[in-house]
Ligand binder design. Structure first.
Ligand code: OOG
Ligand code: NI
Length: 466
């Protein structure tokens, strides 16, 4: 078989993310409401800001906007993580970044599977925030062993899915029919199962250790726990949620509203209470399905993405966010949300908020291109070329996640606001060992895009000058 008869990984990713979106909409109807809200907000934002609209069109970002979403799953074992990496590789998604959530009392560490090539990102940037449970952070040894034994028994991938992953690895791809089958089989892993694999009593014990332990350990597979559309105006989306019967979390995670958005802002609605049946239960509860109890895990989220920051920019962001969180901690009931948002706006006034300063001060990454204006002088001075209109610089979108924000999203959705204090103990080496490969360094990826576009732009100006 020649490589040209393979379905492209980008196309498989698009089919998969579409299928996942349909499945989630059927499972969690509020997700459909959220999608409709975001579509309306995005249309209004484009109408209100023609410059933004033009830039999105120039960068071919409009096509990807409606496709754009990320999801999240939580895995239980090293073997599951290892195979999940191989599954995502079929769709051109590789692990980028390491996130330690133990600092926030969440016993997981994570990576994001995503495409990395600019063209692949443009086609479909679908990403999955993937966490691995850290039983080593559960204190009770007997419980730890019980959880490990339960997890060791489950098989989260179908035989058909495993066979197709192997075929893709052996032959370097999947043909069209196989790709369709792969999407169908892979989807099974992410489906919600209302039947717990354990009895009520075991579920309660695991839940008492940490709600996340129960969520990972007690079910057949790593159900997708949210899918997140991308909005152009998250403040409008946050304000619009209650009107559509959705209760958002108290504050938007990440930086404050700005003229030039940086990194990532996120908000979510609280996890649903879903009926579940326990092993050996009577299933005599109310509702359509046999229910013995309820479980909260699945929620909805909206995000707005801004420019990727350099290490200097990121250090400034982290420092300012630390200051804000030192001043105001959002209470469990969200009653002081306004104080938090006010402190955020005040403290972040120290972060430059125009593209030129962000670029010249080396705080953010940009993509350069020749504008086509004739008569460019023979110079390597990009600032001069930009000032004279021969070169344009556009912000490079941040494609990754933020650990503090992710912790906030986890916390607000565990159905239990109690903060537990695990000592911060990143274990990147163990994560990489379980994954079976290094995680890519996200900063290096942005740096390379920025550098490559500088070189290419200067080279194209030289070529057109001769
Ligand atoms: C993942 C939470 C993190 C994000 O967007 O930061 C996340 C989870 O709850 O499993 O999705
Ligand atoms: Ni998320």
């Amino acid at each position: 078989m020649t490589s040209s008869s393979f379905a492209s990984p980008d196309a498989i990713r698009t089919r998969f993310s579409r299928a996942m979106s349909e499945m989630y909409r059927a499972e969690v109807p509020q997700y459909g409401t959220l999608m409709a809200l975001v579509a309306d907000v995005n249309a209004a934002a484009r109408r209100a800001d023609p410059a933004l609209d033009r830039r999105l069109a120039d960068n071919r970002e409009i096509e990807r906007l409606d496709l754009e979403r990320h999801g999240a799953i939580r895995l239980g074992t090293a073997e599951e993580l290892f195979t999940m990496r191989r599954l995502f590789a079929v769709m051109g998604m590789v692990p980028v970044g390491y996130y330690d959530l133990s600092v926030a009392g969440v016993p997981v560490h994570s990576t994001a599977f995503r495409p990395v090539e600019p063209e692949a990102l443009r086609r479909n940037p679908f990403r999955v925030f993937t966490s691995l449970l850290r039983l080593d952070l559960v204190r009770d040894e007997a419980l730890r062993e019980e959880a490990a034994a339960i997890l060791a028994r489950r098989r989260i991938f179908t035989d058909g899915c495993l066979a197709l992953i192997e075929a893709a690895e052996r032959r370097g791809g999947l043909d069209d029919e196989e790709a369709d089958r792969f999407v169908r089989e892979a989807l099974e892993t992410f489906r919600w199962h209302g039947e717990a694999t354990v009895a009520a009593e075991a579920y309660q014990r695991l839940r008492a250790a940490h709600p996340l332990v129960a969520d990972v350990v007690c079910f057949k597979g790593p159900h997708i726990n949210h899918l997140t559309p991308r909005t152009l105006d998250i403040d409008a989306a946050q304000a619009g949620m209650p009107e559509r019967g959705i209760a958002p979390k108290a504050v938007i995670e990440g930086p404050p509203p700005r003229r030039v958005p940086i990194l990532l802002r996120q908000t979510s609605f609280k996890a649903l209470q879903e009926g579940i049946a326990f092993k050996g239960g009577t299933g005599a509860g109310t509702g359509d399905a046999a229910t013995d109890g309820t479980h909260t895990a699945r929620f909805g989220e909206i995000e707005q993405r801004g420019v990727a920051l350099t290490p200097e920019g990121r250090a400034l962001y982290d420092r300012l966010l630390d200051t804000v969180r030192g001043e105001v901690q959002v209470k469990a009931d969200g009653s002081n949300a306004e104080d938090y948002m006010a402190a955020l706006a005040r403290v972040f006034a120290a972060f430059p908020d125009d593209e030129d300063t962000l670029r010249r001060a080396g705080l953010a990454y940009f993509r350069y291109r020749a504008t086509g204006k004739p008569g460019a002088p023979a110079t390597l001075d990009l600032d001069r070329l930009i000032a004279a209109g021969f070169v344009a610089a556009e912000p490079i979108t941040y494609e990754d996640f933020l650990p503090v924000s992710a912790a906030g999203i986890f916390q607000s959705n565990l159905g239990d606001e109690t903060q537990r204090n695990f000592a911060a103990q990143a274990n990147r080496a163990a994560f990489v060992r379980d994954l079976g490969t290094e995680v890519a360094d996200e900063i290096a990826l942005y740096e390379a895009m920025d550098a490559r576009s500088r070189t290419d732009t200067l080279a194209s100006l030289r070529r057109s000058a001769v």
